[in-house]
Ligand binder design. Sequence first.
Ligand SMILES: [Zn+2]
Ligand SMILES: [Zn+2]
Length: 231
Amino acid sequence: MEENPRKNIGVLIGNNDLFTLMDRAAALHGHYCPGLALGVMAATHAMRSLQADSDGLDDLLAIVETNNCFSDGVQFVTGCSFGNNGLVFHDLGKMAFTLAIRNGKAVRIFAIPGSRDYIRSAYTGFSEQYKTVVIDKDHADNEKSAFKHKGLEAARTVLRLDMNKIFKIEKTEPLVPDYPPSHESFICEKCGEETMSTRTVSQQGRTLCLPCAGKPVNTLSGFGISTIKEG
Ligand SMILES: [Zn+2]
Ligand SMILES: [Zn+2]
Protein backbone atom coordinates (compact mmCIF):
# COMPACT_ATOMS: atom_id res chain seq x y z
CA MET A 1 0.00 0.00 0.00
CA GLU A 2 1.05 3.52 -0.81
CA GLU A 3 1.45 5.99 2.06
CA ASN A 4 -0.43 8.54 0.01
CA PRO A 5 -3.59 6.70 -1.03
CA ARG A 6 -4.59 9.62 -3.25
CA LYS A 7 -1.40 9.64 -5.30
CA ASN A 8 -3.11 8.27 -8.41
CA ILE A 9 -6.00 10.67 -8.03
CA GLY A 10 -3.53 13.54 -7.87
CA VAL A 11 -2.02 12.36 -11.16
CA LEU A 12 -5.48 12.13 -12.76
CA ILE A 13 -6.32 15.66 -11.58
CA GLY A 14 -2.96 16.90 -12.89
CA ASN A 15 -3.75 15.34 -16.27
CA ASN A 16 -7.32 16.69 -16.21
CA ASP A 17 -8.48 13.11 -16.84
CA LEU A 18 -12.17 13.72 -16.16
CA PHE A 19 -13.33 10.40 -17.58
CA THR A 20 -11.18 8.25 -15.30
CA LEU A 21 -11.98 10.47 -12.32
CA MET A 22 -15.71 10.10 -13.00
CA ASP A 23 -15.29 6.36 -13.30
CA ARG A 24 -13.67 6.23 -9.85
CA ALA A 25 -16.19 8.65 -8.34
CA ALA A 26 -19.03 6.47 -9.63
CA ALA A 27 -17.76 3.66 -7.40
CA LEU A 28 -18.69 5.90 -4.48
CA HIS A 29 -21.87 7.30 -6.01
CA GLY A 30 -23.28 4.01 -7.30
CA HIS A 31 -24.41 5.19 -10.71
CA TYR A 32 -23.38 7.56 -13.49
CA CYS A 33 -25.41 10.71 -13.96
CA PRO A 34 -24.97 14.28 -15.19
CA GLY A 35 -24.84 15.59 -11.60
CA LEU A 36 -21.89 13.37 -10.75
CA ALA A 37 -20.13 14.40 -13.97
CA LEU A 38 -20.66 18.07 -13.15
CA GLY A 39 -19.30 17.58 -9.63
CA VAL A 40 -16.19 15.87 -10.99
CA MET A 41 -15.76 18.62 -13.57
CA ALA A 42 -16.14 21.47 -11.07
CA ALA A 43 -13.96 19.83 -8.42
CA THR A 44 -11.16 19.00 -10.85
CA HIS A 45 -11.17 22.58 -12.08
CA ALA A 46 -11.04 23.95 -8.52
CA MET A 47 -8.28 21.54 -7.45
CA ARG A 48 -6.19 22.51 -10.47
CA SER A 49 -6.73 26.21 -9.97
CA LEU A 50 -5.55 26.03 -6.34
CA GLN A 51 -3.00 23.28 -7.05
CA ALA A 52 -4.50 21.59 -4.02
CA ASP A 53 -4.48 18.08 -2.69
CA SER A 54 -6.04 16.51 0.35
CA ASP A 55 -4.54 14.26 2.98
CA GLY A 56 -7.79 14.15 4.92
CA LEU A 57 -6.30 16.11 7.83
CA ASP A 58 -8.53 19.18 7.71
CA ASP A 59 -6.21 21.48 5.78
CA LEU A 60 -8.32 21.37 2.64
CA LEU A 61 -12.04 22.01 2.92
CA ALA A 62 -14.86 21.66 0.43
CA ILE A 63 -17.89 23.71 1.36
CA VAL A 64 -20.73 22.23 -0.69
CA GLU A 65 -24.06 23.97 -1.19
CA THR A 66 -26.15 20.96 -2.18
CA ASN A 67 -26.52 17.38 -0.98
CA ASN A 68 -27.17 15.73 -4.30
CA CYS A 69 -25.18 13.84 -6.97
CA PHE A 70 -22.94 16.85 -7.62
CA SER A 71 -21.47 16.66 -4.13
CA ASP A 72 -20.28 13.07 -4.50
CA GLY A 73 -18.14 14.16 -7.46
CA VAL A 74 -16.80 16.93 -5.23
CA GLN A 75 -16.15 14.59 -2.29
CA PHE A 76 -14.28 12.07 -4.40
CA VAL A 77 -12.10 14.45 -6.41
CA THR A 78 -11.25 16.81 -3.54
CA GLY A 79 -10.86 14.05 -0.94
CA CYS A 80 -12.87 16.24 1.43
CA SER A 81 -15.43 13.86 2.85
CA PHE A 82 -18.11 13.49 5.46
CA GLY A 83 -15.83 11.21 7.48
CA ASN A 84 -12.65 13.27 7.48
CA ASN A 85 -14.45 16.53 8.31
CA GLY A 86 -13.09 18.13 5.16
CA LEU A 87 -16.65 18.41 3.89
CA VAL A 88 -18.72 21.33 5.11
CA PHE A 89 -22.38 21.49 4.11
CA HIS A 90 -24.20 24.75 3.63
CA ASP A 91 -27.82 23.77 3.07
CA LEU A 92 -28.51 26.18 0.22
CA GLY A 93 -29.68 23.96 -2.63
CA LYS A 94 -27.26 25.40 -5.19
CA MET A 95 -24.99 23.57 -7.60
CA ALA A 96 -21.90 25.25 -6.18
CA PHE A 97 -19.02 24.64 -3.84
CA THR A 98 -16.06 26.43 -2.35
CA LEU A 99 -12.63 24.84 -2.14
CA ALA A 100 -10.52 26.37 0.60
CA ILE A 101 -6.97 25.75 1.71
CA ARG A 102 -6.88 26.47 5.43
CA ASN A 103 -5.03 29.76 5.96
CA GLY A 104 -4.65 30.03 2.20
CA LYS A 105 -6.54 30.63 -0.99
CA ALA A 106 -10.12 29.71 -1.73
CA VAL A 107 -12.31 29.63 -4.81
CA ARG A 108 -16.06 29.31 -5.22
CA ILE A 109 -17.26 27.56 -8.34
CA PHE A 110 -20.92 27.86 -9.26
CA ALA A 111 -23.33 27.18 -12.11
CA ILE A 112 -23.85 30.10 -14.47
CA PRO A 113 -27.54 31.10 -14.52
CA GLY A 114 -29.19 29.44 -17.51
CA SER A 115 -26.48 26.78 -17.93
CA ARG A 116 -29.05 24.09 -17.06
CA ASP A 117 -30.61 24.52 -20.53
CA TYR A 118 -27.20 24.17 -22.19
CA ILE A 119 -26.53 20.97 -20.21
CA ARG A 120 -29.97 19.42 -20.77
CA SER A 121 -29.91 20.11 -24.50
CA ALA A 122 -26.74 18.01 -24.80
CA TYR A 123 -28.31 14.64 -24.01
CA THR A 124 -31.60 12.90 -24.58
CA GLY A 125 -33.63 10.43 -22.57
CA PHE A 126 -32.00 10.86 -19.18
CA SER A 127 -34.39 13.51 -17.87
CA GLU A 128 -37.36 11.22 -18.65
CA GLN A 129 -35.70 8.28 -16.89
CA TYR A 130 -34.82 10.52 -13.95
CA LYS A 131 -38.46 11.46 -13.61
CA THR A 132 -39.58 7.82 -13.73
CA VAL A 133 -37.05 6.43 -11.26
CA VAL A 134 -36.10 9.31 -8.95
CA ILE A 135 -39.20 11.50 -8.89
CA ASP A 136 -41.97 8.96 -9.48
CA LYS A 137 -40.06 6.22 -7.57
CA ASP A 138 -40.64 3.51 -10.14
CA HIS A 139 -37.83 1.12 -9.19
CA ALA A 140 -38.81 -1.72 -11.53
CA ASP A 141 -35.69 -3.50 -12.82
CA ASN A 142 -36.19 -2.39 -16.44
CA GLU A 143 -36.68 1.26 -15.43
CA LYS A 144 -33.61 1.25 -13.17
CA SER A 145 -31.57 -0.41 -15.88
CA ALA A 146 -32.67 2.24 -18.42
CA PHE A 147 -31.80 4.93 -15.86
CA LYS A 148 -28.27 3.53 -15.49
CA HIS A 149 -27.78 3.24 -19.23
CA LYS A 150 -29.06 6.74 -19.98
CA GLY A 151 -27.15 8.09 -16.98
CA LEU A 152 -23.83 6.80 -18.23
CA GLU A 153 -24.51 8.16 -21.70
CA ALA A 154 -25.51 11.58 -20.34
CA ALA A 155 -22.60 11.73 -17.88
CA ARG A 156 -20.09 11.06 -20.66
CA THR A 157 -21.73 13.71 -22.83
CA VAL A 158 -21.57 16.26 -20.01
CA LEU A 159 -17.83 15.73 -19.57
CA ARG A 160 -17.33 16.78 -23.19
CA LEU A 161 -19.21 20.07 -22.77
CA ASP A 162 -17.53 23.46 -22.54
CA MET A 163 -16.96 24.01 -18.85
CA ASN A 164 -16.83 27.76 -19.28
CA LYS A 165 -20.45 27.71 -20.41
CA ILE A 166 -21.45 25.85 -17.24
CA PHE A 167 -19.38 27.14 -14.34
CA LYS A 168 -17.87 30.35 -13.15
CA ILE A 169 -14.98 30.33 -10.70
CA GLU A 170 -14.20 33.21 -8.38
CA LYS A 171 -11.72 33.87 -5.61
CA THR A 172 -13.44 34.08 -2.27
CA GLU A 173 -12.75 34.37 1.45
CA PRO A 174 -15.07 31.87 3.09
CA LEU A 175 -15.67 31.45 6.79
CA VAL A 176 -13.66 28.34 7.54
CA PRO A 177 -14.47 26.37 10.68
CA ASP A 178 -11.64 25.70 13.13
CA TYR A 179 -9.95 22.33 13.24
CA PRO A 180 -12.53 19.88 14.56
CA PRO A 181 -12.42 19.51 18.34
CA SER A 182 -11.86 16.15 19.93
CA HIS A 183 -14.15 15.28 22.79
CA GLU A 184 -14.04 12.71 25.51
CA SER A 185 -16.72 10.07 25.53
CA PHE A 186 -19.24 9.26 28.23
CA ILE A 187 -21.18 6.08 28.71
CA CYS A 188 -24.92 6.69 28.46
CA GLU A 189 -26.38 5.44 31.71
CA LYS A 190 -29.48 4.09 30.02
CA CYS A 191 -28.35 2.30 26.81
CA GLY A 192 -24.72 1.85 27.86
CA GLU A 193 -23.33 3.09 24.56
CA GLU A 194 -20.23 5.26 24.41
CA THR A 195 -21.27 8.79 23.36
CA MET A 196 -19.32 11.95 22.53
CA SER A 197 -19.54 14.25 25.58
CA THR A 198 -21.10 17.11 23.59
CA ARG A 199 -23.95 14.79 22.59
CA THR A 200 -24.96 13.84 26.09
CA VAL A 201 -27.32 15.52 28.52
CA SER A 202 -27.65 15.39 32.25
CA GLN A 203 -31.12 14.33 33.36
CA GLN A 204 -32.07 13.72 36.97
CA GLY A 205 -28.45 13.12 37.86
CA ARG A 206 -27.85 10.68 35.00
CA THR A 207 -25.74 11.21 31.88
CA LEU A 208 -27.76 10.16 28.86
CA CYS A 209 -27.36 10.13 25.09
CA LEU A 210 -29.84 12.25 23.14
CA PRO A 211 -32.35 9.53 22.15
CA CYS A 212 -32.36 8.08 25.67
CA ALA A 213 -33.03 11.57 27.01
CA GLY A 214 -35.86 12.02 24.49
CA LYS A 215 -34.11 15.01 22.96
CA PRO A 216 -34.33 16.04 19.31
CA VAL A 217 -31.43 15.04 17.05
CA ASN A 218 -29.93 17.13 14.24
CA THR A 219 -30.10 15.07 11.07
CA LEU A 220 -28.63 15.32 7.60
CA SER A 221 -30.71 13.40 5.08
CA GLY A 222 -32.09 13.74 1.57
CA PHE A 223 -34.29 16.47 3.04
CA GLY A 224 -31.26 18.55 4.02
CA ILE A 225 -30.54 19.44 7.64
CA SER A 226 -33.49 18.94 9.94
CA THR A 227 -34.34 17.94 13.45
CA ILE A 228 -35.97 14.65 14.30
CA LYS A 229 -37.05 13.02 17.50
CA GLU A 230 -36.48 9.30 17.84
CA GLY A 231 -38.93 6.97 19.50
ZN1 LIG B 1 -26.50 10.60 -9.35
ZN1 LIG C 1 -28.45 6.05 25.46
